[in-house]
Ligand binder design. Structure first.
Ligand SMILES: [Zn+2]
Length: 312
């Protein structure tokens, strides 16, 4: 059986693989994301290499940040600066392979729903915590794209007079300004400067990079500045989770991105915070808030699953 290529185009890295008939990823690889003008050339190079390594290929699925219409056209993206660019037709013309293009958070959610942390429920929301906060919805067993091809839950307002966001003219207080990995690292760097004897500053001074894992570890070791950063992060992400619960009432919310490595230590705290904010949460069966299960592979696998559905 021919494989399906899955490509996950990120702001800094492109990940790729071939999905086989058992939905396993083979020939996985990654490269830096080139400037936008070289993107199509890079994608075609990846397809050519995977075809020669894996043999016959039936289709190509591409996950990409931003708003992408059903025709595969990038309408708007903060990370890939291509506007009104039809990534599907350009790739099809150059590779000769049927191609499907989908928002990257939607790809991750499709994969988690098919064979990861979302398996077994009818309604699932996913928040991907990274450079920004992506959001994807599976409602009644189907990916929900809304009027404009994807949800934008990273831009629900969690602070009415909060930090400026780059999502729109004059928009302030968006979830991703407080609950992205970018926001967590920025607040930890500020705390490191304020508390020069704290663990956060010590790891910076030792030449180490501050990472989400290092911030959570410093909190677990009792560092008060790290504790404050993590608590603020959880309160903000928890506000986003509670908004989704109140609006859509999915059975399960999956938290993806690097912070999902914290596992239940993160999701149990989110669940406890969101419970206080969610209508009738103490009377009804509990919602589940769980870490993503597929890690980095979710984007490539989801892109391939989408192409399998659209192109076969
Ligand atoms: Zn925003």
């Amino acid at each position: 059986m021919s494989g399906i290529i899955g490509i996950d185009v990120g702001g800094t890295r492109i990940k790729y693989a071939v999905m086989d008939g058992e939905r396993r990823l083979r020939f996985e690889g990654a490269r830096d994301t080139p400037p936008e003008t070289d993107l199509i050339g890079a994608l075609c190079g990846i397809v050519a290499r995977l075809k020669s390594a894996a043999g016959p290929v039936a289709a190509v699925g591409i996950g990409c940040p931003g708003i992408i219409d059903d025709d595969g056209r990038i309408l708007h993206s903060n990370n890939i600066r291509l506007k009104n660019f039809n990534l599907r037709t350009e790739t099809e013309t150059r590779t000769g392979l049927p191609t499907a293009v989908l928002n990257d958070a939607n790809c991750a959610a499709l994969a988690e729903y098919a064979c990861g942390a979302g398996a077994g429920v009818r309604n699932m929301a996913m928040l991907t915590v990274g450079t920004g906060v992506g959001c994807a919805l599976i409602l009644n067993g189907e990916l929900y794209k809304g009027f404009h091809a994807c949800a934008a839950g990273g831009h629900v307002t969690v602070e009415r007079a909060g930090k400026k966001c780059n999502c729109n003219r004059g928009s302030v207080g968006c979830l991703e300004q407080y609950a992205s990995a970018t926001a967590l690292l920025a607040s930890a760097k500020r705390a490191a400067r304020r508390f020069p004897d704290g663990l956060l500053n010590r790891s910076l001074k030792n030449g180490g990079q501050l990472t989400g894992a290092a911030i959570f570890a410093a909190e677990a070791a009792g560092d008060p500045a790290a504790k404050r950063c993590v608590e603020e992060f959880i309160v903000s992400l928890g506000a986003g989770v509670a908004t989704i619960l109140n609006l859509l009432r999915p059975e399960r919310i999956v938290i993806g991105g690097g912070v999902s490595a914290q596992g239940a230590a993160l999701t149990d705290r989110l669940a406890a915070y969101a419970k206080d904010k969610t209508f009738a949460a103490f009377e009804l069966a509990p919602y589940e808030i769980v870490p993503a299960a597929l890690g980095n592979a979710a984007g490539t696998l989801g892109a391939a699953l989408y192409a399998e559905k659209i192109c076969r």
